[in-house]
Design a protein around this ligand. Structure first.
Ligand code: GLV
Length: 327
């Protein structure tokens, strides 16, 4: 009997590929640097029982319509805003993701970006390489203090809490906004709950950690940015769609806030002629929050195991839509 077909939209680390090959016939998009073209995806899913995907692929209704045999979509990510979960659920298609294992790694990157932006690490690197370093200067490349400053975390989920723990180590005053209060984080870390507007007004660092969803779409826009301090540093390692990039660009250009560190964008990859990239007070990264070797390897293995469980008709390790098992 032939094995079920899995479409793997990006070659994964060997450990994960090995697991997948044992139980499935694979179609693998093998490019090192480019996502699977839409037309190839739509073609290859026609006979597929499962898809192993990532944040760069849109698994929307059109893809699901093209895949009548699909039982599982497994994404190598915690976020799943790129997948039409409702349609998949209606059709009994399980969606797997990789929560938990990437929490600390993503919090590390968030803090790295915060520090790099505040202390102008990227500016400094450019300055040295460009041969601009002629002498020590009293106010040369001066930035913002981190130790003892106020951090406002929007979205106190697993990663938000891990960022809060790091902030506590820097003696930062900890504010947060979340859909619901987190009394244990308040007790353990001394975090104080604020309305979104209060948090924006009081924070030296505004760190956006909310998941991407229709509810959070452009939740940081012109009005919200206007509430921030002139010295504020804005960090986003969640989803680019949570921010109105045009409004952010205007505010940064006019120095109405001090700087921003961004790992995510409305459109990824961001165009190199995007106005945000013309600004010196912006540090940008290519969506690498969870990108340590160990964590990405673990994520790939979990994504592989989720996909295999799905094609066997078993419960996934981590399911976005457990409702599919209730039917
Ligand atoms: C990355 O953005 C993820 O959702 O894991």
């Amino acid at each position: 009997m032939s094995k079920p077909k899995l479409v793997v939209t990006r070659e994964l680390p060997e450990e994960a590929m090995h697991l997948l090959k044992e139980e499935a016939d694979l179609y693998v998009w093998e490019s090192e640097s480019e996502s699977i073209p839409r037309s190839v995806l739509l073609q290859e899913v026609q006979q597929a029982t499962g898809i192993v995907t990532n944040v760069a692929d849109s698994i929307d209704r059109e893809v699901l319509d093209a895949a009548p045999h699909l039982r599982v979509v497994s994404t190598m990510a915690v976020g799943f805003d790129n997948i039409d979960v409702n349609t998949a659920t209606q059709r009994g298609i399980a969606i797997g993701h990789t929560p938990g294992i990437l929490t600390e790694t993503t919090a590390d990157l968030t803090f790295a970006l915060l520090m790099a932006t505040a202390r102008r690490v990227v500016d400094g690197d450019r300055f040295v390489r460009n041969g601009e370093w002629k002498s020590w200067g009293p106010m040369l490349l001066t930035g913002q203090d981190i130790y003892g400053a106020t951090i406002g975390i929007i979205g106190m989920g697993r990663i938000g809490e891990a960022v809060a723990r790091r902030a506590a180590g820097f003696a930062m005053k900890l504010l947060y906004h979340n859909r619901s209060r987190r009394p244990e984080v308040e007790q353990k870390l001394g975090a104080e709950y604020r309305s979104l507007d209060e948090l924006l007004a009081e924070s030296d660092y505004v760190v956006l950690m909310a998941p991407g969803s229709p509810d959070t779409y452009r939740m940081i826009g012109a009005r919200e940015i206007s509430l921030m301090k002139r010295s504020a540093v804005f960090i986003n390692t969640s989803r680019g769609t949570n921010v109105d990039e045009q409004a952010l660009y205007q505010a940064l250009k006019e120095k109405r806030i001090w700087a921003a560190g961004l790992d995510v964008f409305e459109q990824e990859p961001i165009r190199t002629d995007h106005p945000l990239l013309s600004l010196d007070n912006v540090v940008v990264l290519p969506h690498i929050g969870s990108a340590s070797i160990a964590t990405r390897t673990r994520m790939a293995v979990i994504a592989a195991k989720n996909a295999l469980a799905g094609i066997r008709g078993e419960r996934l390790l981590h399911t976005v839509n457990p409702e599919v098992y209730e039917a």
